[in-house]
Design a protein around this ligand. Sequence first.
Ligand code: SF4
Ligand code: SF4
Length: 137
Amino acid sequence: MSAQEWESLCDGCGKCCLSKLIDEDTDELYFTNIACVLLNSKSCQCSDYQHRFAKVPDCVKITLDDIEVFHWLPPSCAYKRLIEGKSLPAWHPLLHAGKHSEMHKRSASVRGKVVCETQLNGPSQNYIVRWPIDECE
Ligand code: SF4
Ligand code: SF4
């Protein structure tokens, strides 16, 4: 797969740009609706993709070589589904001529559902949400 093909697999949902919490006792993963400071909450895109690693040091590049990354990706993520042998969700942009509208219409992206990490009002635990891990076909 070429780099361009790999990039095109990304649906642009923005869920991987949310903060996650791990329960130290159970290792259970929890998503929050806290968005990275660079995430555009309307387009669901990184606002400085080219320089993201310089600006957000813990931003992670997703590659097939780094299998550890996959456990914290949401079930709808095309990369995670690829390694699990699953098909793309019905709203995936690749199935809609590259358009993201079906994804947003089905509420499969973070649009309108997140708060920027710079605008929190209380501890991260208060922002735990289920929707990023709910299956969304
Ligand atoms: S969760 Fe997966 S498909 Fe969605 S934006 Fe992140 S990398 Fe792309
Ligand atoms: S730097 Fe960009 S790609 Fe990385 S987590 Fe933040 S918004 Fe997402």
